[in-house]
Design a protein around this ligand. Sequence first.
Ligand SMILES: Nc1ncnc2c1ncn2[C@@H]1O[C@H](COP(=O)(O)OP(=O)(O)OP(=O)(O)O)[C@@H](O)[C@H]1O
Ligand SMILES: [Mg+2]
Length: 396
Amino acid sequence: MQTEKQTLALKATVVIIDDDQNILELTALILSKRGFRVFTALSANEGFLLIAKHSPELVLLDYMMPEIDGLSALHQIRTGYPDTYVVMFTGKGSEEIAVELMKGGASEYILKPFNNRNLVERLENVLKIREIELHNVKLQQEHDRLLREIDQWNQDLQKRVREKTEALQAAQNEIVQSEKLAALGYLSAGMAHEIRNPLNSIALFVQLMRQNTRDPDQLEYQGKILKEIERVDSIIRKLLDASRRTRTITSDVQLNHVIDTALEAFAPQIETKKILVERHYHVTPSPIKADPAELEQIFTNLFLNALDVMSQGGRLTVDISEENRRVTVRIGDSGGGIPQDILPNIFEPFFSTKVCGTGMGLPVAQRIAHIYEGSMIVESTSPTGTVFRLDFPVYN
Ligand SMILES: Nc1ncnc2c1ncn2[C@@H]1O[C@H](COP(=O)(O)OP(=O)(O)OP(=O)(O)O)[C@@H](O)[C@H]1O
Ligand SMILES: [Mg+2]
């Protein structure tokens, strides 16, 4: 039956480096009898080659050798092969050196002359310690790896929580906005009727008055009243547009046609304002099932805003592309851009920076885009212009 020590020795490879042939042979004999796999070298350089070749668990190294001092040989082995443990042979009476060697990385020192049992016992002790230490190193590495993994998980988790929170926030904002629009629809549908009828009567009476007067002042005032009535009426119309829920006609609509129709209505303004229109229709987009009048409203609202910011002329670009069953439209202007501080508000109902703006253009356009499961965002904005991007899924 093998003892535990023998098992340990049987597995271990040892390289003995000593310039004394007798010691070399004797030690090799003792150790191989004990079950070690032994290689011997008469010089340090020869020993280094053996170490490189056999990766021994142990090296028995003589301190006193002609061509290299024991301490630097020890250093070379310990730095080059950290898993190889070194036991030093030292002459009797050199305990101070032995202490220095231990500090330099030796695992043990054996005073010459030595006896067999003592040699084997001490080597086997070193082997045991080595096994425990290497195991500890492995555990430590595993521990560090797990810590790093946990840290990575933590970071991923934090990132996901952040993303989810942002998405939730965005969804909440959208709910608030659509609730505002719904409330608005309820109110405006009722109000529109109540206001538009008397407004109509006022307009009619003013028109009658106009027929009976030639006084230029009177005519001017009446003209102004009619203009203001028209303005009130248009605000009410916009409110109604914003709240309209039922779609009348749904048909296969091609966005390029819708956009062309919307643009046509602006032809006179485009000409007077000397605006260059660039159409980049990269594809003929797949048709979308929608109410064409509703889709036209989106582009009308965007063109109105674009023309507002290009009062001194400029460039209006329309870009249509399609990829992965999504039609993308980009409407760009060369106006002054949207200031960063109002950017988060522009899709809010009633948000406007214009003297006569109702602040309904963008929220209505976005609501319509959402009805068709599309999206509408500001893709870029800077003092040289703004690009709005719309995306619609194609289902047919
Ligand atoms: N292309 C653009 N360039 C710069 N600012 C813009 C642009 N489009 C919209 N805005 C800003 O967003 C605000 C909201 O636009 P929105 O169309 O909703 O309302 P409005 O144009 O002010 O009024 P309405 O369209 O109801 O007459 C505008 O007042 C303006 O400040
Ligand atoms: Mg507008």
